[in-house]
Design a protein around this ligand. Sequence first.
Ligand SMILES: Cc1cc2nc3c(=O)[nH]c(=O)nc-3n(C[C@H](O)[C@H](O)[C@H](O)COP(=O)(O)OP(=O)(O)OC[C@H]3O[C@@H](n4cnc5c(N)ncnc54)[C@H](O)[C@@H]3O)c2cc1C
Length: 410
Amino acid sequence: MTKIMNATDVDTPVIIISAGPAGLMAARRLAREDIDFTLLSKETEVPGEHKTCGGLIPLRSAEEFGLGSFKGAHHIRSLRIKFPGLVIKRVDFNRSVGIIASRADIGVALLSKVSRQAGSILLGNNVETVEIESNNVKVTVNEAGEKRSLRAHLVIDASGAIPVSSRNSLVRSRLEQQLMIGYGVQYQLRLPGKKLNADVSDIYYGHEYSPGGYAWVFPRGNNDVAIGTGGLLSKVRAVKRSTFEYLDYLMTNVEPTCSELKGAEIIKREAALMPLAGVVKPSYADRILLAGDAAAHCSPISGEGIYYSMVGGDLAAATAIKALDSKSFSSRTLSGYERAWTRAFGSDLKWGRWLQKRLVNGGIRGLGSKFLEGEKGPRIIAEMLLGERSVRSTIVAVGPGYLKAKILKR
Ligand SMILES: Cc1cc2nc3c(=O)[nH]c(=O)nc-3n(C[C@H](O)[C@H](O)[C@H](O)COP(=O)(O)OP(=O)(O)OC[C@H]3O[C@@H](n4cnc5c(N)ncnc54)[C@H](O)[C@@H]3O)c2cc1C
């Protein structure tokens, strides 16, 4: 029995736009509390089936949502990191520290966490507009060419880096493209007759491998491997190379990747935007909450956003539940949401942006070759990328080396 039934002036109490990590974790929370909702998303079969993403989730984060293991998930125990001009370093953890899976497998796993007792999940529904009316919010959808409108008390817009609601600036306008948005490209590869060990993933820093960010090689434990690269749009546009050329170079010229990926077939070429903006406010307005990439819940330093999006979606749903209880959907009532996510992971976004500004302009070599060559430096960076260490604690750990390198440079 749902606690809140469809009221007469709305079709559903809450509309969630997205079947990504943020949208599905919002649905999970509403379903757990027995609140009716309608989730609308574009993909037609499997949530996340078309999402461009490396699919790495730190183990600690995955476990928080009961995703410690699922079909298609492979565990990472070591990270190899290449810093510019230095030999590749392997950091072993001797235990699982992360999960790698395709976004379709992650989508299925996330969907399985949503109880089907409450709410409707409607795939194949493209949301065209979101409009705030005097007593509700109206969402217009296009389902296989047929348009219809749905009304709700509240919308959780988790539709990605360029959210649907930014078309009419309901909460905020689009992020400043060049400096706040990142661009990532990826090949989905298949190795005929050969499996790569999923225990080990690779990260390559340096301008040979990426336009100001890093490249990754993520084997999926079967014949499939995702290899990608990216950076801030300002950097991507400033270089002459096409972003895919970095991947071609990595696959043909750079050890150990070129040997390990010999004979790999490119199954899919894909590209997508990611918010790398740090803390972006506001994330709410009357009758609307933004969550996940839509609210820039993505690490500005690593581009990892699955975990932050799951937390953002969950907190957005918790706020929606309070609003339904109090029957108030004003921005004032919803403001607690922003405080909640800022408390949960605002520090990583804030300090991630701080570190990004220094590293993108100064390059990772700015941390000092002594630091990067030693045992400690690569481990600290690996711990941050795998969610074993907060960004703030990383800055505290790298700070002395960074300052020393800067002083010596002067
Ligand atoms: C190249 C690349 C690699 C990445 N690798 C990683 C990684 O390894 N690990 C990590 O943690 N993060 C990674 N990220 C970031 C991560 O993918 C995102 O932060 C995360 O997916 C955000 O989740 P979300 O739920 O906010 O949005 P999304 O996952 O983007 O989901 C948005 C949802 O909204 C739906 N939607 C969009 N528009 C509409 C519309 N008009 N109507 C209906 N539905 C709509 C989509 O169909 C989708 O279901 C990567 C990003 C990129 C670009």
